[in-house]
Design a protein around this ligand. Structure first.
Ligand SMILES: *Cc1c(COP(=O)(O)O)cnc(C)c1O
Length: 376
């Protein structure tokens, strides 16, 4: 089955009871048992048929063994981190999502789990940072907001040699373009709030694992800690995922036109996009992913100029988040990455005049005219 077909027909696509084309929303906390211990569903924290329809769908799409739905991307990340114990050490991509950075440095540290931020696009640096107590590597590729690329397959080899779990946050590229498990990852995480939901109307997180044992461990944590996605939101997310293919295709073509426009604009400095010929890891990305995605960052002279652009745009909405039908614009230094100290931020290349776009589904001519008038 090809990707677009899979999006429509995977998971429990048609309800078994009455043939409903849209899965029923089982808005129930508990279920009648046929006798003590004789049941399919017991209690909705442990398992809910609507959530399970979503969990099966994402497991299929990510080519994994089992899927799990959580109340947010951060709840999904926290649940995966519960796999690790006091004394463990974890390697993490240096420019991860700000909320992930905050979780790793403010919560995980308190549990005596040490983390090292490393440039995961540099495999030599990753190897140097592996210690005897290292248990996992957590990466994003492409990263946010500088669109750095890590070679998943090469990193998976390093992980295997050292007996480490490879965790990939696949939020930016989505399973429509990129399947980390096929390249050797063990766990895939999503903020489904972004492209998978796709309509700025829900907050959700997903986890997919590549083997049964990990599946049992994550299910134990999901049930024990309880950050589950509600039935109605599970249904809404299934609905969003059905159109992921057409959305990602259209976003891809809109973004490539916008990138070309930005590269040629005199007020624009650097443009960060994995599809650009001068992107250092363009070939690696093209090898492991079918598309370059809808996220692009660029610099203008300084923060003042960036603020001016943000104030002048009409179709790009100033907002956090990404991946929805509407185009969004943001200033990472002041918004998504504000929790990272300035010194560290600049070190990472997230300058004060860096603008991030999440390209949506408006007519690309309107989007380009909008940027044109804001930049000029
Ligand atoms: C938004 C985001 C998260 C956090 O997800 P929430 O749904 O906001 O909790 C994690 N990783 C990435 C890459 C994100 O963009």
């Amino acid at each position: 089955m090809r990707k677009k077909t899979q999006l429509i027909h995977s998971g429990a696509a048609i309800d078994k009871n009455v043939g409903a084309m849209s899965p029923p929303i089982y808005q129930a906390s508990t279920f009648k048992q046929n006798g003590v211990g004789n049941f399919t569903y017991e209690y909705s924290r442990t398992g809910n048929p609507t959530r399970e329809a979503l969990e099966t769908l994402i497991a299929d799409l990510e080519k994994g063994k089992r899927g799990f739905a959580f109340a947010s991307g951060m709840a999904a990340i926290a649940a995966v981190m519960d796999l690790f114990q006091s004394g463990d050490h974890i390697l993490i991509t240096d420019d991860v999502y700000g909320g992930t950075y905050r979780y790793m440095t403010k919560i995980l540290n308190n549990r005596n789990i040490d983390v090292t931020f490393t440039d995961s696009s540099n495999l030599g640096e990753v190897k140097e940072n592996i210690r005897p107590e290292t248990k996992a590597i957590f990466i994003e590729t492409p990263t946010n907001p500088l669109l750095k690329i890590t070679d998943i397959e090469a990193l998976a080899d390093i992980a295997k040699e050292n007996n480490l779990t490879l965790i990939v946050d696949n939020t930016f590229n989505t399973p429509y373009w990129q399947s980390p498990i096929e390249h050797g990852a063990n766990i895939v995480i999503h903020s489904a709030t972004k492209y998978l939901g796709g309509h700025s109307d829900l907050v959700a997180g997903l986890v997919v694992v590549d083997d049964e044992k990990l599946g049992e461990a994550v299910h134990f944590i999901q049930n024990a800690t309880g950050g589950v996605l509600a039935p109605h939101d599970s249904w809404l997310l299934i609905r969003g995922i059905r159109t992921l293919g057409v959305r990602m295709e259209e976003i891809e073509s809109n973004t490539s036109e916008i990138v070309e426009f930005l590269v040629n604009h005199p007020q624009v400095g650097n443009v960060y996009y994995p599809g650009l010929p001068d992107h250092p890891n363009r070939e690696i990305h093209a090898k492991q992913s079918g598309g370059f995605g809808g996220m692009v960052s660029f610099t203008v002279d300084n923060e003042e100029k960036a603020m001016e652009v943000l104030n002048k745009v009409r179709y790009f909405t100033l907002a956090e988040s990404l991946g929805a039908v509407e185009s969004l614009i943001s200033l990472p230094a002041k918004m998504t990455h504000a929790s990272i100290p300035r010194e560290r931020r600049i070190e990472l290349g997230i300058e004060d005049g860096l603008i991030r776009l999440s390209v949506g589904l408006e007519d690309v001519k309107d989007l380009m005219e909008d940027l044109q008038q804001a930049l000029d």
